[in-house]
Design a protein around this ligand. Structure first.
Ligand SMILES: Nc1ncnc2c1ncn2[C@@H]1O[C@H](COP(=O)(O)OP(=O)(O)OP(=O)(O)O)[C@@H](O)[C@H]1O
Ligand SMILES: [Mg+2]
Length: 337
């Protein structure tokens, strides 16, 4: 007997990840920004009730259109900003409850590093490459000879030692990116959160830096959360993909499955727009909902969804398992309407 999609979903068990393989587990994470005052006060829901798990050594892509909350999620995980709600258990400890001050001196501070989109913005224009790479070693009082570590890190990221005395503006975009990566690697992190690390680079330089990132992950056994607009890059570099839409996680799955058989109508549209992909491109029309005081009882994609029904405007879909490891938050994909 054929099962309905919903029955098949509830019958499919979530694969159990042994605790020792989980590097980071996030439950019910939200971040709201207060806007205006008094009667005009409102809340922008940048990240809304996100739960996810990263396994040790995997590379996970985070995709979604501009403003959907990718960088806010990245900053929350790196504890650069405080969550409004939720837990972030990293290497077995909830770091969401630590104050910014306690986090800054915690062991976890070194073990989670963020690489920003444009190294030009994240590097101090008055700091030489050497100083930039040495800074976390000195700040975190890590043992060992600083100059020797800087030299090793420069070599690891392919930065010629004669460039270590240069200021950011005296380096090319690719060299600045290498400095940013070396600086992030300096405290020997286990998790690298890469927020569009190559978006500011020329295409040919992008490819070289992506190869470097892939090699570093292999050599160091790193876990990556890789934020990108470029789905072709995500497909090449990531084992799994998370798709965000207006602050919420709408789909999550192994890369190949997600790109070959996207289950959420939003992911289908994203995938259809990948350059060079066969098949018709799905154009999204309709209005993008506002992240300010959004309706808690409507799918955020409702109104823009090519296949949505009235029911989607009355109920917020939650992530459910489609096949093991593949989850989607869509009433239609779940066969609920
Ligand atoms: N400090 C802040 N105060 C108020 N709103 C903010 C703040 N930071 C982010 N936002 C809002 O939160 C939402 C998510 O922003 P975020 O930068 O996380 O998106 P993003 O997915 O990284 O976008 P992009 O792809 O353009 O980098 C946006 O609506 C943004 O305007
Ligand atoms: Mg961003």
């Amino acid at each position: 007997m054929r099962q309905s999609p919903a029955a098949a979903m509830s019958a499919a068990p979530e694969p159990v990840t042994p605790a020792s393989q989980t590097l980071l587990e996030v439950v019910g994470l939200s971040r709201r920004f207060a806007l205006g005052r008094g009667r005009k006060a409102s809340q922008l829901h940048a990240v809304d009730d996100i739960s996810l798990r990263l396994r040790r050594g995997e590379s996970v892509g985070l995709v979604g259109e501009s403003g959907c909350g990718k960088s806010t999620l990245a900053r929350l995980l790196a504890r650069l900003i405080d969550p409004s709600e939720g837990s972030i258990v990293f290497e077995g400890r909830d770091i969401a409850t630590l104050s910014a001050r306690s986090f800054a001196v915690s062991g976890e501070r070194a073990r989670i590093q963020l690489v920003f989109q444009d190294a030009t913005d994240s590097l101090d224009p008055r700091q030489t490459a050497r100083e930039a790479i040495a800074e976390p070693l000195v700040r975190l009082r890590l043992p060992g000879d600083v100059e020797q570590r800087v030299q090793q890190l420069a070599q690891e990221v392919g930065l010629p030692p004669e460039l270590l005395g240069r200021l950011p503006h005296q380096l090319s975009g690719g060299q600045r990116a290498r400095v940013g990566i070396a600086r992030a690697l300096a405290p020997s992190p286990s998790l690298l959160i890469l927020d569009e690390p190559t978006a500011a680079l020329d295409v040919s330089v992008q490819a070289v830096v992506l190869q470097l990132l892939a090699r570093l992950r292999r050599d160091r056994g790193l876990t990556y959360l890789f934020v990108s607009h470029d789905l072709n890059v995500v497909r090449l570099l990531c084992d799994r993909v998370l798709v965000m839409y207006l602050g919420r996680l709408v789909e999550e799955g192994p890369s190949q499955q997600l790109f070959d058989a996207p289950a959420h109508p939003y992911t289908r549209a994203l995938v259809s727009a990948i350059p060079g992909r066969a098949g018709e491109r799905i154009e999204l029309t309709g209005e993008v909902r506002s992240p300010i005081d959004p309706d808690p009882n409507a799918c955020r994609f409702h109104g823009r969804c090519p296949v949505g029904t009235d029911a989607c405007g009355r109920s917020m879909p939650l992530l459910q398992v489609v096949t093991p490891g593949h989850r989607v938050a869509c009433l239609l994909a779940q066969g609920s309407v």
